[in-house]
Design a protein around this ligand. Structure first.
Ligand code: SF4
Ligand code: SF4
Length: 400
């Protein structure tokens, strides 16, 4: 394995209560790493990793967060932090800048304060994060806004995009909420919402210059579409990164291929309290469940017979396990949706249009065309018998 990037949950303690939190953060775990153990991790990662991404819970709720950061900085390592922003102020941002922080990830999960603060469980957080963004920009600290989509905020995606463009944010990381931890399955996006969100973001990426806003869609945002222009951060999808380019360390010292799977105990690969990190990950069978040949044998259902199966390996393993209970099958896939809708019988006008969309194309200017060759326009949408939810979903695409 080449030197990996390591995501490290330094504490499970959190002062927000996000409904989509995949670790169900809140209280400290029983056996979180001591300061000495955490500093030893920093020393080991300096030898064997190329970047550390600190996250929680909430990073700044660990009493010794400064000691950890100073140890990482003393090694001259690249490091970033993901935070809910509650504890950030100018003084802390200056300190972080002076201790070599390269990027801050900060979350906004809606287009209005009301929805955002409901999702995050913290009154006032939406406005606070916008204030923090202004300070970050003034202090010339690089930052990324992270938005996690679910049924409660999908209807604000157009508002969110506009807010991002009008804010100091330069990078917008988008991802779907995955039903692990505190996230309820029935709040996850369904196939229509997932596909239409992807179409919206890909068209937005075509139309909006990267100098204004770089849309960085995550590992989970669908694969091998013939319709949706490529818009994820990966030039070419070659399967889940867990245990390959990256691994994660939980606040109790457990090592996992990816922290997005941390609520699944079956995927724990060792514990840093028991062995040096290098002895856990630098072995041939590290994260063997994600080795190409082995994982290929586990593919199931549609993924088993998929023409992209060996390359794709059922997409994001975290989503696959959340939706199907196995890493071998993943319904949240553009290729699968497009293939299945070729032969499905639409039950209503919305489904008819969806079928047309999944067989259509997007031109170089970001205009969306249906399989019939007609462009998707507001007037076309208004002629259909749609409910308010469907109308809104479709109107995003024709409005970008
Ligand atoms: S059907 Fe499965 S294997 Fe094929 S592209 Fe989609 S997620 Fe990947
Ligand atoms: S589980 Fe998903 S988020 Fe984690 S490395 Fe794999 S693809 Fe990426």
């Amino acid at each position: 394995m080449n030197k990996p990037e390591v995501l490290w949950e330094i504490t499970h303690k959190c002062n927000a209560k996000c409904i989509h939190c995949i670790s169900g953060a809140g209280d400290t775990r029983n056996n979180e790493l001591t300061t000495e153990e955490a500093l030893y991790i920093c020393d080991q990662l300096a030898e064997c990793s190329k970047a550390i991404h600190l996250l929680g819970g909430e990073v700044f709720l660990r009493n010794d967060w400064k000691k950890i950061i100073e140890r990482i900085h003393s090694h001259g390592m690249y490091y970033s932090i993901v935070t809910n922003g509650i504890a950030l102020n100018r003084e802390k941002i200056k300190y972080l800048k002076n201790t070599g922080l390269k990027n801050i990830g900060i979350s906004i999960d809606a287009g209005t304060a009301e929805v955002n603060d409901y999702i995050r469980g913290v009154p006032g957080l939406y406005n606070k994060v916008f204030e923090v963004m202004d300070i970050l920009a003034e202090e010339e600290m690089k930052f990324t806004v992270i938005s996690t989509f679910n049924k409660l905020n999908i209807h604000q995606v157009d508002l969110m995009l506009g807010n991002m463009i009008n804010s100091p944010a330069k990078v917008w990381q988008t991802q779907g909420a995955v039903a692990h931890g505190r996230m309820a399955k029935d709040l996850a996006l369904n196939e229509f919402e997932f596909y239409i969100l992807s179409l919206f973001l890909s068209v937005a990426k075509k139309k909006i210059s990267e100098d204004i806003l770089y849309i960085a869609a995550g590992h989970d945002q669908g694969h091998f579409s013939k319709v949706i222009p490529h818009y994820t951060v990966h030039e070419k999808w070659e399967g889940c990164y867990a245990g390959k380019a990256t691994f994660g360390i939980c606040s109790n010292g457990d090592i996992q291929g990816c922290l997005c799977m941390m609520s699944a105990e079956d995927f724990v690969l060792g514990n840093v309290k028991e062995k040096p990190i290098k002895e856990i990950y630098d072995v041939e069978n590290f994260c063997s469940w994600n080795h190409r040949d082995e994982k290929y044998k586990t593919l199931k259902g549609f993924c088993k017979d998929c023409e992209h199966g060996y390359q794709c390996l059922a997409g994001c393993s975290s989503i696959a396990t959340a939706l199907t209970g196995t890493v071998g099958e993943n319904p949240q896939c553009h290729h699968r949706i497009e293939t299945e809708w070729k032969t499905k019988q639409p039950a209503n006008e919305f489904e008819y249009l969806f079928k047309e969309l999944t067989g259509g194309f997007v031109d170089k200017n970001g205009n969306v065309f249906l399989a019939s060759g007609n462009m998707l326009t507001k007037s076309l949408i208004s002629k259909l018998n749609l409910d308010a939810h469907q109308q809104k979903l479709l109107s995003y695409i024709s409005n970008v």
